[in-house]
Design a protein around this ligand. Sequence first.
Ligand SMILES: [Ca+2]
Ligand SMILES: [Ca+2]
Length: 484
Amino acid sequence: MLKSRFMMGLAAFVLLGSVLSTALSGEARAGLAGGSKFLGNIVANSVPSNFSTYWNQITPENSTKWGAVEGTRNSMNWSAADTAYNYARNNNMPFKFHTLVWGSQEPGWISGLSAAEQRAEVTQWIQAAGQRYGGAQFVDVVNEPLHAKPSYRNAIGGDGATGWDWVIWSFEQARQAFPNSKLLINEYGIISDPNAAANYVKIINLLKARGLIDGIGIQCHYFNMDTVSVSTMNSVLNTLAATGLPIYVSELDMTGDDSTQLARYQQKFPVLWEHSAVQGITLWGYIEGQTWQAGTQLITGSGTERPALQWLRQYLGGGGGNPGNPGGPGGGSDGAYADFETGTDGWSGGNIAGGPWSTTAWSAKGSRSLQVDMAMSNGSQHYMYKSGNFDFSGHSQLRATVKGASWGNYGSGLGVKLYVKYGDNYTWKDSGWRTISAGGTLDLNLDLSGVDKSNIKEYGVQFIDADNSSGQTSVYVDNVYLWN
Ligand SMILES: [Ca+2]
Ligand SMILES: [Ca+2]
């Protein structure tokens, strides 16, 4: 949609000679987010002084839109785009060019041209952008194909036999102009609407079949995010992930007074951030008075972090989780973190009758958990666990939530322990004996003091049948994470 802060460039310079093609490292080194996923933000005409404190990826807010660059035909104004691009390069941040073909913020003069002239102008625009910003990690090739088709689309293929020939043509041109960039499509109204997601996937699959697309952008603005449910979000993300392409959340914002915005971030940001297909999130502004929509800001006009940003800093600060939101991203691949939203997360079962499976039967976080079936008898022991070499350094507790199914005879209660095995001798430590009845749920905390945290060999949940138990049941584990 039209960005209200759109600034039409007035200065006109033709600067095609300055080719900035240095490839940037994809590794993020600034901002709140470490690890392999970026957390970025937009840049308008200048870069805020605290930008790199919070963010490690850049998308220009308006300055790489066609209407902003070429407001006067063949007079290209790249100055604000250069500012953003050079900052990204100098600070080793991925840069996204936004956007090549879009039905909003087009140059006003394009509609008056013949079809042949329109096609030549779009081609020239795409080539000029690629010549100047060929080092961009990402390019939004087509923006909002479902909502804002360009006025000139019939000049570049129209609907055609596929229904989306103009989109295919645009990606073909972009592939030539940006051979080293990841080509993305971008759209709003997706995260909150499974039907829209299915329509979006139809376009994506046309491009994927032709080798033209490298990732899926979903905007995730407040008018979708404020009210969407977590289950709808997960459903849409899984639909998009089934294409096999990575997902980029491209324009995230959420409104609300301090407590409302905080609750929305706590509930919904992790759903996006922790989905295995999501490789980066870009927020759409953060400073009060400089966002396109009032109420979305994360820093007030006086420079104070709003609660949602304070939480975000804590959530992303490593260490996994906090009192308001158990289950942060944890200590990375060497730590312990599992939510089983996309599979078994490498967990196994021991002395079980079936599984483990990622299931929607129950969850403590998100919409899925890990399930095993087991046959109960007189003191028998069963396990759900992950083995390998893990580093829990810097954390004081391992936590998880478990549940027993409502079927089977639990007798005097199913014993449950959260445990680790550590060191070369696989020394055992557990959370102590707790019991659940059929259908019961438990939050388990294992104190890691005294454990050689840098040398963890296995961790998991042990179940011990009561003497008077019998029959088959199912048990579930979810939201496994390291605390503090
Ligand atoms: Ca031109
Ligand atoms: Ca889960």
